[in-house]
Design a protein around this ligand. Structure first.
Ligand code: BES
Ligand code: MN
Ligand code: ZN
Length: 487
């Protein structure tokens, strides 16, 4: 695909226009000639993402019926357009914002952002591990995108920043576990720059701090665990979030064998994506810093590899966590909640959060419940939940609420320790995970847990994504921070 996509004007760019199905462009309107030409192309229906050339300098992209238009329509059209542009060898486009949409619902800025994000996400490929047996696409081109509409162009500039971060998260996600270790993740965080402050709690320090979850899960691997902390402190903070300190926690299991509760046959394949919570939180930090959003945000990434060795933790072990809660390990494959627990407890004790959002590929059960269509959301704070839902509605990254009741918390109690890491009954696994985590969060701090096991990666290509990691949650978290800080 394209080597890169950037916001720049190129000489003689291809003019891109949007058309709604069954509409005649008003006489003399900009691009009317191209739209007329497209409409007279046999077969062209202006269906969503249908692209047709109008002469040598113009391309018309269908948006379907105007009545049904939504941001997701534009994203889909943009994703399809990326493939068409690549196939035609286009290196520069000038995009004319869709006309006649209600500006209250569809500001040009919002449209431009969605367009650029979808274009860059659809154009991304995993080719950085291609070796000598692969045909090198020697002529990887750059694509320059611009717009004559100021608002749309502004939005595209934001979209480019966000999508760059989404794709950076996907690149980390696709990086295999023999390369991507906890230490490698730390290096990625440090490489971000952007004024972000990165520090790390080493394995030895984690032992001293009593982080029994992180230490025990990561102990069996030669690549020892660590807790990576990334701080973003903007010079100016918006009035709407003057006292806020948002903490993002991301499960960063660089590979999950299941440990001694080993995963069956091919259940292990793809478990490099078990770090997606961490990669996507890091992606969000990258975008937040690049956009200079006026809100204080800190990321905590408990990074470990869940391996089998003579030093690994076992089922039946009883371990003491950072906050003193004891855990009877009933399943070493329920490792994510153990590393997250220490991160949540550490954040609550040391970082003075006013809100916490964690993202984790926590349970196969959430895929059974919700499929690959949405993340599972657990949030008992109405205010924070509203923020997550509002942001998610804008980005199209779906979340769906599941309950977290006292009954679920009680279900995690153990006879031999405070709690179990996995209850004997097989029911409600995603909720068990959330219930477990709740023992490590200060009850006074609004908290949202997102189980992204079903949405972190796709098995086969679709309009938006090639096979591989999606960067789910980067855009939603960035949008949440943008809305919260009124930026
Ligand atoms: N990383 C897995 C969850 C997962 C499964 C993510 C499939 C993506 C796709 C997690 O650590 C795990 O193994 N969960 C167990 C929990 C159980 C042992 C309580 C599961 O879901 O089966
Ligand atoms: Mn596991
Ligand atoms: Zn896992």
């Amino acid at each position: 695909m394209y080597r890169s996509i950037q916001l720049a004007t190129s000489s003689k760019p291809l003019q891109v226009h949007f058309a709604f199905a069954g509409e005649k462009p008003p006489k003399g309107a900009r691009g009317a000639a191209a739209l007329d030409a497209a409409r007279s192309t046999p077969g062209f229906q202006a269906e969503v993402g249908e692209c047709v050339p109008a002469g040598a300098r113009d391309l018309v992209v269908g948006l379907g019926s105007r009545r049904e238009f939504a941001l997701s329509t534009l994203r889909k059209a943009s994703s399809r357009l990326a493939k068409v542009l690549h196939r035609r060898g286009v290196i520069g486009i000038s995009v004319h914002a869709p006309v006649g949409l209600d500006a209250r619902h569809f500001e040009a800025r919002v449209l431009g952002q969605a367009f650029a994000e979808a274009l860059m996400i659809a154009a991304w490929r995993v080719d950085f591990f291609d070796g000598t047996a692969s045909k090198r696409s020697a002529s990887l081109k750059k694509l320059s995108i611009s717009s004559p509409d100021a608002g749309f162009a502004k939005g595209m500039a934001v979209g480019v920043k966000v999508a760059t971060a989404v794709n950076a998260a996907r690149r980390m996600g696709a990086t295999p576990p023999n390369v991507c270790t906890p230490a490698w993740m730390e290096r990625q965080a440090r490489k971000l720059g952007l004024g972000l402050r990165v520090r790390s709690i080493s394995y030895a320090q984690a032992q001293r701090l009593g982080m029994g979850g992180l230490v025990n899960v990561g102990r069996g691997s030669a690549a020892k665990p660590q807790m990576i902390i990334v701080e973003y402190k903007p010079r100016t903070v918006a009035r709407s979030c003057r006292k806020e300190h948002l903490i993002l926690v991301g499960k960063t299991i660089t590979f999950d064998t299941g440990g001694y509760s080993l995963k069956v046959n091919n259940g292990m394949l793809g478990m490099k994506y078990d770090k997606s919570g961490g990669t996507n939180v890091l992606g969000a930090m990258q975008a937040i810093a690049a956009m200079k959003l006026p809100m204080r945000v800190t990321a905590v990434l408990p990074a470990a590899e869940n391996m089998v060795s003579d030093d690994s933790y076992r089922p039946d072990d009883i371990i003491t966590m950072h906050n003193g809660v004891t855990v009877e390990v009933t399943n070493t494959d329920a490792e994510g909640r153990l590393v997250l627990a220490d991160a949540l407890s550490y954040a609550c004790e040391k970082l003075k959060p006013t809100a916490i959002i964690d993202m984790a590929t926590l349970t196969g059960g959430v895929v059974v419940a919700l499929g690959h269509f949405s993340a599972g959301m657990f949030c008992e704070s109405d205010g924070l939940r509203r923020r997550v839902e509002d942001a998610s509605t804008t980005t199209g990254e779906k979340v769906w609420r599941l309950p977290l009741w006292k009954e679920h918390r009680d279900n995690m109690r153990s006879q031999h320790a405070d709690i179990l890491n996995s209850a004997a009954n097989r029911g409600a696994h995603p909720i068990q995970g959330a219930a477990f985590l709740s023992y490590f969060v200060d009850p006074l701090v609004p908290w949202c847990h997102l189980d992204i096991a079903g949405v972190a990666a796709v098995d086969s290509a679709n309009d938006q994504f090639v096979r591989g990691p999606t960067g789910f949650g980067v855009r939603t978290i960035v949008e949440l921070v943008r809305q919260w800080s009124h930026a």
